[in-house]
Design a protein around this ligand. Structure first.
Ligand code: HEC
Ligand code: HEC
Length: 509
């Protein structure tokens, strides 16, 4: 190896400074590094499947970006994909429960976006938390919290492109022949059909999903039944011709299948995996703090050996087994119409019909977790510390959540904390959360849960795990300039309906 003299001097100086500044700390650090290197090889943490994902500068993702940001895909022109999935908001919306159509201000995203019932402020009508669209191309089995979009031939690295895909348009376990080429494209067919998210309550009301899609494609292409919608001045035809090639006419070129394909390629271009822990795996021992290293040890070590056992479910590059488990985070919100009070959410059981799957949800990815809160399928956990504490003692966590609503629970969630009646917003939260907890307890008693009953973790250890979780966040996702390629400029819009997002203070996102 050739080392130039100048480098040699520099590293020698650095070495002395580190030694004198940290003393025994660096011994402890290298001890930690040794222990971690064993964990890394045992769990094979550095091998990931090869993936062929698009670049944001390619033509299809560029078209997808514009489609993702246009309110013209919302039935009443008041909601776009980006409404709940903005790059600056971690690829989500910063809310516990999403607000789509009928908001106080179409272009206001994040905290301060409020669902309106006429002129009265009301609670969100979307029942679940919006997951991030970052790293969408890394999922191989499932999308949605209950995996209602799902690959029927899972191949590692394929993002579902390896065979049939089941969607809500087909019955459980059966292929949807129109699903498209991968999980992302299959998923992109559904938000536009959801009344609360994008469709609204009058557009194609009572018609099937395909009628909604065909109508929206005709609106974007300004042909047939779409002409009456009056999209106004736009450049969609040229944009589609550029992305898909050829001088085809709008009627033939602009279909919803192609819209979904372009949206998916935009989402799949959002690869944000260069986090400090990855840099550590790549050999930079200084990429993460000692606290994060201790957290990593706990994360990958079984509870019976003194660890926290997180890796039992959070595995692989995406930190998820893409399977379903009952973890029993508090249930809030309007729910999915389940249970005697109609505000419960039975999760995976809604798809499989199996009692075993009641309250089971898909294991969340932990990539970029520092920016994707609030957490859980209902957004009921405000911080990473609250999530880790839930694993330490689930009964305590649920009791704390429902006990004194004024300090905890719903009043602790940024979306609701300023409401004077936050303590009584969701009167069924207690019953629904305790029902999920009871299911978890029964599984634990029967010995078929991977969630440890209680973890004997000190406060410091909880902090270490949180430090490790934070180290799974790619610095790009906290840097507006780094995210700029995924956000269209106001002057580049393809129509007059681009959502140029602002926060509650009116500042551009
Ligand atoms: C009103 C808010 C809202 C809008 C608008 C919206 N979404 Fe979502 N999105 C959600 C919520 C909530 C979920 C979770 C739903 C569930 O799992 O039941 C979700 C789930 C997803 C997922 C699954 C991610 C995963 O990890 O499984 C993707 C991908 C996605 N949305 C993309 C889109 C696209 C593309 C559009 C536009 C066509 C869109 N969304 C519009 C709120 C929204
Ligand atoms: C039994 C499997 C299992 C184990 C063990 C487990 N998790 Fe989870 N984790 C899940 C599931 C399932 C979810 C999603 C639950 C939901 O959406 O309601 C989740 C959600 C999370 C979330 C929230 C992610 C989000 O975006 O909402 C975090 C953070 C998390 N887990 C961290 C951990 C840590 C840290 C540990 C170890 C202390 C751990 N998990 C152990 C299955 C597990």
């Amino acid at each position: 190896m050739k080392i130039t003299p100048i480098l040699n001097t520099l590293s020698a100086t650095f070495f002395i400074i580190t030694l004198s500044a940290c003393g025994s700390n660096s011994d402890q650090s290298s001890e930690l590094d040794n222990q971690l290197s064993e964990i890394i090889s045992t769990h094979n943490l550095n091998s990931h499947p090869q993936r062929d994902l698009p670049n944001i500068n390619d033509a299809l993702p560029q078209l997808g970006k514009k489609l993702f940001f246009t309110k013209a895909l919302g039935g009443d022109f008041d909601s776009a994909c980006v409404t709940c999935h903005h790059p600056v908001l971690g690829g989500g919306d910063d809310l516990s429960l999403s607000v789509g159509v009928s908001s106080n201000d179409d272009d206001l995203l994040g905290l301060g976006r409020i669902h309106m019932n006429g002129t009265t402020e009301s609670l969100p009508s979307v029942p679940r938390n919006a997951p991030t669209v970052f790293n969408l191309g890394l999922w191989d089995s499932t999308l949605f919290h209950d995996s209602r979009v799902e690959s029927l031939n899972v191949v590692a690295g394929a993002n579902g492109a390896s065979g049939d895909i089941r969607t809500p348009d087909s019955t459980f376990d059966q292929a949807d022949n129109n699903a498209g080429r991968n999980l992302a494209a299959a998923q992109a067919r559904f938000p536009v059909t959801s009344a609360d998210e994008m469709r609204g309550f009058t557009f194609e009301s009572g018609e099937n999903n395909q009628s909604v899609r065909d109508h929206l494609a005709a609106r974007i292409g300004n042909y047939g039944e779409g002409v009456a919608d009056g999209i106004g001045a736009n450049s969609w035809l040229v944009e589609f011709q550029t992305a898909f090639g050829g001088a085809t006419a709008a009627e033939d070129l602009i279909t919803y299948d192609r819209i979904a394909h372009a949206l998916a390629e935009y989402e799949r271009s959002m690869v944000f995996t260069d986090h400090p822990w990855q840099q550590y795996l790549d050999g930079n021992k200084d990429a993460i703090s000692d606290s994060a290293k201790k957290g990593a040890q706990l994360f990958f070590t079984k509870p019976k050996d003194g660890g926290a056992g997180c890796v039992a479910c959070h595995t692989g590059q995406l930190f998820t087994d893409e399977k379903h488990h009952t973890v029993a985070y508090p249930q809030i919100g309007v729910g999915k119409g389940n249970g005697t009070n109609g505000t419960d959410d039975f999760g995976r059981m809604r798809e499989t019909g199996e009692e075993n799957d009641k309250y089971a949800f898909r294991t969340a990815s932990l990539l970029n977790i520092a920016v994707t809160g609030p957490y859980s399928h209902a957004g009921s956990m405000p911080t990473l510390t609250s999530v880790v504490r839930h694993y330490v003692n689930q009964t305590q966590s649920i009791n704390d959540f429902v006990a004194n609503q004024n300090d905890m629970g719903v009043c602790n969630l940024p979306q609701f904390e300023d409401m004077s009646d936050c303590a009584t917003l969701y009167p069924n939260a207690e019953a629904n959360s305790k029902a999920a907890l009871a299911k978890l307890k029964a599984e634990q008693l029967a010995g078929n849960s991977l969630v440890p009953k209680n973890l004997a973790l000190s406060d410091d250890q909880v902090d270490h795990i949180v430090a490790f979780l934070e180290a799974l966040t790619d610095p790009c996702v906290t840097d507006r300039e780094c995210l700029a390629p995924w956000i269209p400029n106001a002057q580049d819009s393809a129509d007059n309906h681009q959502l140029n997002a602002k926060d509650k203070n009116g500042l551009a996102l």
